[in-house]
Ligand binder design. Sequence first.
Ligand SMILES: [Zn+2]
Length: 416
Amino acid sequence: MNMLNATDSYVVENVLVPVSLLLDPHGFGGTQISDCLAGDLIIRGGQAVCLRPSTAPCHPSGLITPRLTECHVHLDKCHTISRMGRIGGDLNAAMDAQRRDRMFWTEDDLRQRAERGLQELMSSGCGIVRSHFDWAADPESTSPPLSWSVLQELAVDYQDTVHVQIAALLNTTDLADRAKANAIGREIARGNGVLGLFVLNQPDRHAAIQVAVQLAEKHGLALDFHVDEGLHHGLDGLEIIADTLIETSFQGPVLCGHACSLINVAGEPLQALLDKIARAGLTIASLPTSNLYLQGRSTGTPDRRGITRIGELRTAGVPVVVGTDNVRDAFCPLGRHDPRKSLELAALTAHLDPPFGDLLPMITTNAQTALGLSPTTVDGTAVEDLLIFDAASTSDWLTGTSAPKPLKHALTGEIA
Ligand SMILES: [Zn+2]
């Protein structure tokens, strides 16, 4: 059934809806089975409104979610690994290898690879995607790189099916000159972009973070940091960002990716820092694939894995989301553009135990909020924005063996 009559009511028999993806689970009906509600889903006025008792409650035929949100990928870099030859190493080695690959970044090459990545994300069920792109393809230039216009064109071409946010990934040196920083801020705002900043241990990181927040306030931009992507002691980018946001009362949204070195902090100092992160209103994006591949490198098997403190952050009330980051490039030579796969990896590596229902907002509702968008719960949402998976539990769903299908294709019958 492709055409939906908005005045009719429809039913999807015998499905599960995760409790964590409902605005009002107590008012939605259905029977609770572990972390889901089970029943026949009623569609009225084109929206999911409630569950009614099912005729065969023991064998659910599908699991309903909103379309997924991918909070962090790099569509300018993806699918370059096959032309890189023998590479490997830490974050710096990956940056060097990716820099060498830029000689191939023609308009056609960028478009073909980025479009492939975006289509993979759409096939995985994504309705919202944020992609970064490296601003400084030419460090001497003040104008944006070719990837900015290519990604903008792609976003327009696919705007009817997926909402693409584009984040300019700057380095601290890009913000050192005030006039140049202002011009960059204006350009990002003109293209409805997001201001991203790479913060590691640069000597000018403090000033650059302050300029980034000022530009975001002035131009109404969301902020997205790659921060503390390393395991060495003394990385303080996350704390500087939190301090700056508390001082300026910036209202966000602010998403901080990686935060690997948070694993070095424990006890009282950790509690104090977590409290500060919560008060600053930060959301942390855990990006397991690239961190597992690049961090903690030594001569043998790694024992420091680069995953941030997901459990401790959540206990402290800090929203945590999960992103896919790099796919088949110098930063991660494997992987798949699929938020469910990334969340599954985060669950295994950070010991996030079942039932998994509470993790689902990390790639749906909480990820939307982190990107400055209104969260889409199942209740009250249009059928066009809902998916059905062939899954009989949240564990089944998270394992990712079933492809998402549009819910409108599963509507089985009208009810009067
Ligand atoms: Zn990244």
